[in-house]
Design a binder for this molecule. Structure first.
Ligand code: AMP
Length: 223
């Protein structure tokens, strides 16, 4: 298979980032996470970051006009020549249309849209319990707690909760997901690109299922 151009779909907290990290190790593809790109822009106080921040803090999507250009530019960069893993984009039908048009224009094509799903209560518990150390190390108050509550094991610094990880914001993000992003499931199903994965399973099990799906796609390509 020449290129592996994958989209990861699913609600926040379903495990897209974790799977993208594992697939990046497997295939050496760039993990393009729009949330991470936007958070870096906010931290660096760039124009993009300043514009995006208020939407992100409120759990809303940043406007398509702000994000789409950034991502289309990113997948055209050198390290994405053999493929890419999009995590958190597209999140609206407009974004999906722009992505499809840009990909077609450059003679590429999408390999698959992988949906990782999990019920609301599972993702709320996962996300609202997340705490982050200064180094970027991520803990969970129940599933992966630090040795001393509230302190980073590495440097003892105070752990913090991302503003948009608070329960009420997570519920808002989920409502936004249902309304604006879920239509993409039918969108990619109609294009024959959708594959479904159960995000309530452990990370290595989900990973094994995704690897199997990629192998199948690669075999189909060879036939
Ligand atoms: P994430 O870490 O992927 O959940 O993204 C965090 C926040 O960044 C989201 O709640 C949105 O405000 C914003 N964001 C990330 N990706 C997109 C996108 N494709 N379109 C619009 N907003 C986005």
């Amino acid at each position: 298979m020449a290129e592996l151009n994958l989209i990861l779909l699913g609600p926040p907290g379903a495990g897209k980032g974790t799977q993208a990290g594992l697939l990046t190790e497997d295939f050496g593809l760039p993990h393009i996470a729009t949330g991470d790109i936007l958070r870096a822009a906010v931290a660096a106080q760039t124009e993009l970051g300043k514009e995006a921040k208020r939407y992100m803090d409120a759990g809303e999507l940043v406007p398509d006009s702000i994000i789409t250009g950034v991502i289309l530019d990113r997948i055209g960069q050198d390290d994405a020549r053999d493929g890419f893993l999009l995590d958190g984009f597209p999140r609206t039908v407009d974004q999906a249309d722009s992505l499809g048009a840009a990909i077609e224009q450059t003679g590429r094509r999408l390999t698959g849209a992988f949906l990782i799903s999990a019920p609301d209560d599972v993702v709320v518990k996962r996300i609202s319990g997340r705490r982050i150390g200064k180094s970027g190390r991520i803990y969970h108050v129940d599933f992966d707690p630090p040795k001393v509550a509230g302190k980073d094991d590495d440097d003892g610094s105070e752990l913090v909760q991302r503003d948009d990880d608070r329960e009420e914001t997570v519920r808002k993000r989920l409502a936004v997901y249902r309304r604006q992003t879920e239509p993409l499931i039918a969108y990619y199903d109609d294009l024959g690109l959708l594959r479904r994965f159960d995000g309530t399973l452990g990370p290595s099990e989900v990973h094994a299922h995704i690897r199997a799906a990629i192998s199948t796609l690669q075999r189909e390509e060879e036939i």
